[in-house]
Design a protein. Structure first.
Length: 365
């Protein structure tokens, strides 16, 4: 009995020493942070091409495997996919990009007139007594606050779009590195998982193989499912916007599809400019645009997403909101996009580690 107690005490001391050493390493690292700046700069340069490569790897890998089933060499299959992908990009640039870019330039040029139209619509609502019912105590302050918020919304939207298109125009490094990384991932992606498994001790290789397989299946299902769901949402919204005659329908739909890769927050951010643009036409157009967004979101959440994802996304909505908000505060938009798959990866690892090392001891407490 005394020996068991001594063993437990020594184990606790070793664990405490390990924690202290970990914090000491972090503290010393913060004092010589300049040493890590080149590494951080390299990570910043490589991170976006790497994320894009992982994204398209899981999208295109099923096609590569399908072609391999028909006895097509993997390298040849990848080259065929690259040719098809290049043709699709050429088609987009020649047929859709002029429309998208034209709507973007027109939107930026017409921001002053759009703001004027919004002001006129608000004045009309005030004359009709609608705003008075919302702000009975002080109508002028209510009108002023709405106008200020809308001005800020337009400024944010135009700055965001300007930054987005500037970012796309400075995509040179990514365009050169991304296809190379993607090619090697498609050609030898499975070998990386096997290397991770072989790097673990022999007694844990079966468990590590299950972890790697679980993460691989999760990422594949999540990325492919998210693309299908977002494209479906975009089609529904675009059809609705065309029906009500919403200006810049194609541009706003593209923004919504991209923004909806951010869970929950993306839907709200993309809805704001749509409703504002609708308000430049009439209050009815703004209301109908909001109705289309809500209906499309309900179809996505209740019909399309459950069919695509099934039970794969076992995450509470509150957990998702907290993770996305925290990630946005720490790392911006990129962190908000990747936080859910990162959380799911860590969850798979944590569950397996707990099952291996702590479950039995926890049940005996």
């Amino acid at each position: 009995m005394e020996g068991n107690h001594l063993f437990t005490t020594n184990k606790a001391l070793r664990f405490g020493t390990l924690i202290v050493l970990l914090f000491l390493i972090i503290f010393l690292g913060s004092k010589v942070s300049f040493v890590f700046r080149p590494i951080i700069a390299l990570i910043e340069v490589v991170s976006i091409p790497l994320l894009l490569s992982v994204f398209f790897y899981y999208l295109l890998r099923p096609l590569v495997k399908l072609m391999e089933k028909y006895k097509v060499n993997r390298t040849l299959a990848i080259l065929i996919i690259y040719v098809i992908f290049a043709l699709a990009i050429v088609w987009f640039i020649t047929s859709k990009w002029p429309v998208l870019y034209g709507q973007f330039i027109s939107f930026l040029d017409n921001v002053p007139s759009l703001l004027s139209s919004v002001g006129e619509q608000i004045n009309e609502l005030e004359k009709n007594g609608f705003l008075a019912s919302l702000f009975p105590a002080n109508e002028s302050n209510g009108l002023s606050s709405i106008t200020n918020y809308l001005n800020k919304g337009f400024s944010f939207m135009s700055n965001y779009l300007g930054g987005l298109f500037s970012f796309v125009s400075n995509f040179t490094i990514i365009l050169f590195t991304f296809p190379i990384l993607l090619f090697f991932m498609l050609k030898e992606g499975e070998k990386f998982g096997n290397l991770l498994v072989r790097a673990t001790p022999t007694r844990y290789q079966n468990d590590s193989r299950e972890i790697v397989t679980g993460i691989d299946h999760m990422l594949s299902g999540f990325i492919v499912g998210r693309v299908i769901v977002n494209l479906s949402l975009g089609v529904l919204m675009y059809i609705g916007f065309l029906i009500i005659g919403l200006p810049y329908a194609f541009l706003l739909t593209v923004i919504s599809v991209i923004a909806n890769f951010i869970p929950f927050v993306g839907a709200i951010l993309s809805a704001i400019p749509i409703v504002i643009v609708g308000l430049t036409q009439s209050p009815a157009t703004a209301i109908w645009s909001l109705v289309i967004i809500l209906v499309a979101q309900q179809v996505q959440d209740n019909l399309i997403a459950p069919y695509v994802f099934g039970k794969k996304l076992d995450i509470h909505p509150l957990t998702t909101v907290i993770l996305v908000l925290a990630a946005g505060n720490i790392g911006g938009i990129i962190a908000m996009i990747v936080i859910i798959p990162v959380y799911m990866m860590l969850k798979i690892i944590a569950v397996r580690v707990f099952s291996l090392f702590f479950k039995e001891k926890w049940m005996k407490l």
